[in-house]
Design a protein around this ligand. Structure first.
Ligand SMILES: Cc1ncc(COP(=O)(O)O)c(C=O)c1O
Length: 494
């Protein structure tokens, strides 16, 4: 055996794994992050985004690494904090990514070291059991198919993000309704296929259709009503359009919380239509399925229990770090349908059919190796209970309604749609001005994010640029939002 003296590389490896170094650096990192969290939540002393052009960010992170490293972790952490957008800042009102609970971040930290790669039960017994438990909880919260203990039983899996989750669900729908084996024989082996979807569905749905080989017309857009919800009376004509184009429609993809404005499609009526026409109902609840946890807002997702599949992102409204997405099926057996594989190195036994192992989760996900993502959600649910999440949803949705009222009362702002969830789009319309309003919104947003006072985003509604906010931080207040309007006026005038 080599002594350490003769084996400098082995010695360096030994030191790199030193538990005492980990203990020291880990304590220091948690101390630093706790201070960071305090400052960020307080908001006062930090810009939301320490804006720097991409080239400046590159200069701060050189791609030359000394042969033996040597940069202390504390220094890297400091630089990472200095160059990051601060989601725990109450004036982060941008995209739909939550400020995770510190508790959930601890679970992720532990999961990263344990690194149980899932795929098969043996590679993550606790993570597999936790995944089963949180999936049961989420199905129960939606009342999917009437809840646990019903026949068929609901069930599903966790996967890496809403985009992948939607693809997974649509693959199951294709298997159920195509009438031919598109997986084995290819998408061209039968008639062209399609899904109907509201005009505001996330681009992930169009991508999923593209990946599945359905082509750009494989997602037939259904017009929206005045509240930007899928107009159910337009479903029948859309079905006829698809039929005339020779397409076999597999199902309807509905929104529970659309990305642009947080609109909830009328799920009861869409479920009725799907039942009548024998179509799969998929609900993209990546953002808004969490309404089911709020006693006050549960009604927004009425009908979701009839969905064949639902996607629900925990990193949007369940206070966990990205990415954790549940793909849920009213009939758990459908969750084996999206993928097929022949992998004797991983699954030695038979892989398809009833009674197959629920615990070898990679049968049912695109991922082979998968993070222990269940731990984060389990830690939140076990540590704080579903009521905390329900309160969080209620608070964010309430705040969005009050912001909507404020915008309506304020003559130099326009509110195109009253918010249903915690996403609010609006437009600044300077009084007496005769300006290019799209350019005004773009200029205002750029100034605010570059001076670090707020982080908000923008979108186009019917072609017109709108400012867009997601009120996703538990401490954002009405005063912050009143200040936002003042800051917008000031930025426009500057
Ligand atoms: C409604 C909806 N679906 C899907 C997605 C995509 O989710 P992810 O970013 O987790 O892939 C988003 C993201 O914002 C979304 O709003």
């Amino acid at each position: 055996m080599l002594s350490r003296m003769d084996d400098p590389a082995g010695d360096a490896l030994h030191r790199a794994f030193d538990p005492e170094v980990f203990r020291r650096d880990g304590h220091a990192a948690v101390e630093r992050l706790a201070d960071y969290l305090r400052d960020a939540l307080d908001g006062g002393s930090l810009p939301v985004l320490p804006w720097a052009p991409p080239e400046a960010a590159l200069a701060a992170w050189p791609a030359e690494f000394p042969e033996r490293g040597g940069t202390p972790f504390a220094e890297l952490l400091e630089r990472a904090i200095a160059g990051s957008i601060h989601l725990h800042h109450p004036r982060f009102v941008g995209h739909q990514v939550t400020a995770p609970l510190p508790h959930a971040a601890l679970a992720e930290f532990a999961a990263a070291l344990l690194n149980n790669g899932m795929a098969v039960y043996e590679m993550g017994p606790a993570a597999t059991a936790m995944e089963h438990a949180v999936v049961r909880f989420l199905c129960g919260a939606l009342g999917l198919g009437g809840g646990a203990g019903t026949d068929p039983e609901p069930g599903g899996v966790l996967t890496s993000g809403g985009s992948l989750g939607n693809l997974t669900a649509l693959l199951a729908a294709r298997r159920a309704g195509a009438g031919f084996d598109a997986w084995r024989d290819g998408a061209a082996a039968g008639p062209p296929l399609a899904f109907l979807a509201g005009a505001d569905v996330h681009y992930a749905l169009a991508r999923a259709a593209g990946i599945m080989g359905l082509g750009a017309d494989g997602l037939v857009r259904v017009p929206l009503d005045a509240r930007r919800r899928l107009a159910p009376e337009q479903l029948k004509p859309a079905l006829a359009v698809a039929a005339r184009a020779g397409r076999r429609v597999l199902g309807v993809a509905a929104n529970a919380g659309s990305t642009p404005v947080g609109a909830f499609d009328p799920l009861e009526e869409i479920a009725e239509f799907c039942a009548r026409e024998g179509l799969w109902l998929h609900v993209d609840g990546a953002h808004g399925a969490a309404a089911a946890l709020s006693p006050k807002y549960r009604g927004l997702v009425a009908g979701i229990e009839r969905a064949d599949s639902v996607v629900w992102d925990a990193h949007k409204m369940l206070l966990v770090p990205a990415l954790v997405t549940a793909v849920l099926f009213r009939d758990a057996r459908r969750s084996w349908d999206p993928f097929a594989e022949d992998a004797p190195y991983l699954f030695p036994g038979a892989v398809r059919g009833e009674g197959e192992a629920w615990f070898d989760v990679a049968h049912r996900t695109l991922e082979c190796t998968k993070r222990m993502m269940s731990f984060e959600l389990y830690a939140v649910l076990a540590g704080f209970g579903p009521a905390l999440l329900g309160d969080y949803v209620t608070r964010c949705f309430d705040l969005a309604r009050r912001f909507g009222e404020l915008l309506e009362e304020t003559p130099d702002f326009e509110l195109p749609v009253a918010p249903e969830a915690n996403i609010v789009c609006f437009r600044y319309v300077p009084l007496g001005g005769d300006q290019d309003l799209d350019a005004v919104q773009e200029r205002v947003r750029r100034r605010l994010i570059e001076d670090g006072s707020f982080y908000l985003v923008q979108t186009r509604l019917d072609g017109a640029v709108h400012l867009r906010t997601t009120l996703i931080h538990p401490r954002t207040s009405e005063a912050d939002l009143a200040d936002l309007l003042t800051a917008i006026r000031r930025a426009a005038a500057a």
